[in-house]
Design a protein around this ligand. Structure first.
Ligand code: PLP
Ligand code: COI
Length: 340
């Protein structure tokens, strides 16, 4: 194993020792297999390659200061992958199998879990793909469910610091009745041009309004949005955004901290009224937003003048990671010890 500079890891891919796989054939899941091969042999006409019948998930394993390794709310990710599977006519992976495979792949790759002090984590990526050869547009008969892990650093360079975002009107990542609420590759393919455009303009990430009216806030790249004002945590309600496990947790933590929580449509103009704003997700954790620019109107909604995260975002961030790292009592029962 080459020496890894854990503190300077990017959000990328590093080969680890094992992945775990399970095949769905003849209407049922087979035995879980442990595999050290990184590639997947596949038919060139596999449905996932042509028609995008695939689902994925994202979680992290945390090496904690008490020596344990924990994972966070994985049953929520199992439930979301089951919802995605129903949405794309794929077989559901039962929660017990999903969790069991996570525990197994994390334990098998223990030496790849970054040390606590580094701030890096082990990213867990489950993938479900339709593998049957077919040229007609129909659901696959056979599927592969695989989970691999890879050590990752922060999603944005600089970790917990503020970033500039730009509203995109030329590209939509998903439609109101489309697949935005599912974690499917097609949504991310649809986001590549917007993301490249945002980077070319000097922004960290693109910011989406609802696709139909271009009036309400949807998402920030691959993360949910929240705004803070008048002691209230406000987050969008939309059929075209991914229901984020991190956001769901932050809504609870905000309530625990005595904030009001509102999940509702947020018109773009309301951005001007927020004292703080952030992007949240497994990869992003909380990424506080410095400002959101709207090139069409020339408006700039600024949330941080000194480049520092706001006090409530900071409190929420500290609370969330303290639970994930087993530092504060896990009163909601969100974590599971995978390695003692
Ligand atoms: N929105 C999108 C489009 C995402 O890809 C993600 C990442 O999973 C999120 C939001 C955040 O979801 P979660 O907190 O469950 O990781
Ligand atoms: C995550 O937050 O886990 C994501 O999936 C975001 C991105 C890497 C797709």
């Amino acid at each position: 194993m080459e020496k890894i500079d854990w503190k300077n890891l990017s959000f990328g891919y590093i080969k680890t020792d094992y992945n775990v796989r399970c095949y769905y054939r003849d209407g049922k899941w087979g035995e879980v297999e442990v595999c050290s091969e990184e590639t997947i042999p596949m038919h060139m006409a596999a449905v996932c390659l042509h028609y995008g019948q695939e689902a994925f998930e994202g979680m992290k394993a945390y090496r904690c200061p008490d020596g344990h390794v924990r994972v966070f709310r994985t049953e929520e990710n199992a439930a979301r992958m089951q919802a995605t599977a129903r949405g794309l006519l794929m077989p559901e992976v039962p929660t017990e199998m999903f969790n069991g495979m996570i525990d197994r792949v994390v334990r098998l790759n223990e030496r790849w879990i970054p040390p606590y002090e580094s701030g890096a984590t082990l990213y867990i990526r489950p993938l479900l793909i339709g593998t049957s050869p077919q040229v007609g547009v129909h659901p696959s008969r056979e599927y592969l469910f695989v989970i691999f892990v890879t050590p990752v650093g922060p999603y944005f360079k600089g970790g917990f610091s503020t970033n500039p975002y730009v509203i995109t009107r030329d590209y939509d990542r998903s439609a109101p009745l489309g697949t935005g609420c599912y974690k499917v590759g097609g949504n991310y393919a649809a986001s590549l041009k917007a993301n490249q455009w945002a980077h070319e303009q000097g922004y960290s990430c693109e910011f989406y309004l609802d696709a139909k009216e271009k009036k309400y806030i949807d998402e920030c790249g691959a993360a949910n949005f929240f705004g803070i004002k008048d002691n209230t945590y406000v987050t969008p309600k939309s059929t075209s955004i991914l229901p984020s496990v991190t956001n769901k947790s932050l809504m609870q933590l905000a309530e625990d901290l005595g904030l009001k929580v509102e999940r509702r449509q947020i018109p773009e103009e309301e951005l001007a009224t927020f004292e703080e704003a952030g992007a949240c997700g497994t990869a992003a954790v909380i990424s506080p937003i410095e400002r959101i620019d709207d090139p069409e109107t020339g408006r700039s909604y600024v949330f941080s003048k000194d480049g520092k995260p706001g006090p409530i975002s900071t409190k929420l961030f500290n609370k969330l990671i303290a639970i994930q790292y087993g530092i504060e009592p896990d009163v909601h029962g969100w974590t599971r010890v995978v390695i003692d």
